[in-house]
Design a protein around this ligand. Structure first.
Ligand SMILES: [Zn+2]
Length: 306
């Protein structure tokens, strides 16, 4: 059992998670990052103290962060969503709470949730790719999360594919995230519409990734083109990662994955085409079991995967 916190750009979600991966109690507060670090820290402490009172025994506390952590897991080196750099969150929380706190990248937390209780349960080697506003990555090898020598491993979203028509938020041109996220699909559809391409999306103001998925399912040719483009580049990425790690399973999670088998089948087809040994070694590709609760469940179980 543990307490898992998902520290997101808009909300902080916290839950007491039992040994079966079930959230017994859940609390949610807004992330007031515009007020500065000390306010967010204060809100976090209050939230955790409340969960501690509601949980039956002393808990390990894990926190999922949308950013890069130092190698020792104590400092948030970079967290663009909250505009944080070099924040000693572990130290500050441990001082305030007098209990051990563990930090983890949020996509890695989602990877842990699946490995502990979800689609990849019982598999020692798995890779998680989360498709949302950006593309997140988590890697587990021999039941241990991979964070690398400097803490920047598992950043699947920033693997370089080829030149694209816009730059990634990280400053590079060609990151997977600019081909295979909701943002990527939205920008691609706007580009094609501005070029004169007709689409049912023209009638939707501020269409999002979900609207593109729905339009593709309904047969809109531009939306289909955008989804196929996303699947194509994910296929490349999966084949590349398989050449290096050859995990038992790739899990597709995040908001776009709610499109379900429609999307998964396209990704599988594109990946299999590019595997080096398709006749011999085809990794399993599955949809994530957990949705919004993945970060909490994974963070609460971090202790078993480090
Ligand atoms: Zn990038």
């Amino acid at each position: 059992m543990g307490i898992g916190i998902d520290l997101g750009g808009t909300t902080i979600k916290g839950g007491v998670v039992n040994d079966q991966g079930i959230i017994l109690v859940e609390r949610l507060v807004k992330t007031r990052s515009h007020l500065g670090y000390s306010h967010v820290l204060g809100d976090l402490i209050k939230l955790i103290e409340e969960l501690q009172l509601l949980s039956p025994e002393e808990q390990v506390i894990g926190i999922g962060i949308p950013g890069i952590l130092s190698v020792d897991g104590g400092t948030i080196v970079s967290c663009p969503n909250l505009q944080w750099e070099n924040i000693p969150l572990k130290r500050d929380l441990e001082q305030a709470l007098s209990t051990a706190v563990l930090l983890v990248n949020d996509a890695t937390a989602a990877c842990i949730a699946e490995a502990a209780f979800g689609s990849t349960r019982g598999k020692a080697n798995s890779v998680m790719i989360t498709l949302g506003t950006g593309v997140g990555g988590g890697v587990i090898i021999n039941n241990r999360i991979i964070s690398g020598a400097q803490g920047v491993a598992s950043e699947i979203g920033h693997m370089l594919m080829e030149e694209n028509f816009y730059r990634c938020g990280c400053g590079k041109n060609g990151c997977l995230e600019t081909f295979a996220s909701a943002t990527a699909m939205i920008r691609y559809c706007h580009l094609r519409i501005n070029q004169g391409y007709d689409s049912t999306l023209r009638s939707i103001e501020d269409f999002d990734g979900e609207a593109i998925m729905d339009a593709a399912k309904a047969g809109d040719s531009l939306a289909e083109e955008a989804v196929n483009r996303l699947a194509n580049y994910l296929g490349w990425a999966i084949a590349n990662i398989n050449d290096i790690i050859n995990p038992e399973s790739f899990t597709i999670g995040g908001g776009l994955s709610y499109a379900g088998e429609f999307l998964l089948e396209k990704i599988q087809a594109e990946a299999i085409k590019r595997l080096t040994y398709p006749q011999y070694a085809v990794p399993e590709m599955v949809l994530a079991r957990f949705k919004n609760e993945a970060g909490m469940i994974g963070a609460a179980n971090l202790g078993s995967f480090i």
